[in-house]
Design a binder for this molecule. Structure first.
Ligand code: SF4
Length: 76
C-alpha cells in the first residue's frame, strides 16, 4: 500500500554536497556532480532516512508518506 511507503526528495539547488546523508542513510543517497540525490524516490520506511533529513545542514531532504504526502521529516 502507498501509505506504507515513503517518498524521498532532495532539493539539488539547496544541497551543498556535504555527503552527510550518504553516511547517515547508507544506500539511500548518492552524490552526483557534487549534489545528493535519492537512490530511490519511493522506499520502505527506514528511520535512517528520517535522520538524514533531520541532520542535513540545509534541510534539502524531504521525506513524506507516499500516499498522503504528510511530511515526516524534517520536523518544523
Ligand atoms: S546532507 Fe543535505 S547538504 Fe549534505 S549531501 Fe545530503 S542533501 Fe546535500
Amino acid at each position: 500500500m502507498d501509505d506504507e511507503q515513503w517518498r524521498v526528495q532532495v532539493d539539488r539547488r539547496t544541497c551543498i554536497g556535504s555527503g552527510l546523508c550518504t553516511a547517515i542513510a547508507e544506500g539511500h543517497f548518492t552524490l552526483d556532480e557534487g549534489r545528493s540525490r535519492p537512490t530511490a524516490e519511493v522506499i520502505a520506511p527506514e528511520d535512517a532516512v528520517l535522520d538524514a533529513a533531520e541532520f542535513c545542514p540545509v534541510e534539502a531532504i524531504l521525506v513524506r508518506a507516499a500516499g498522503t504526502r504528510t511530511v515526516l521529516a524534517p520536523q518544523p
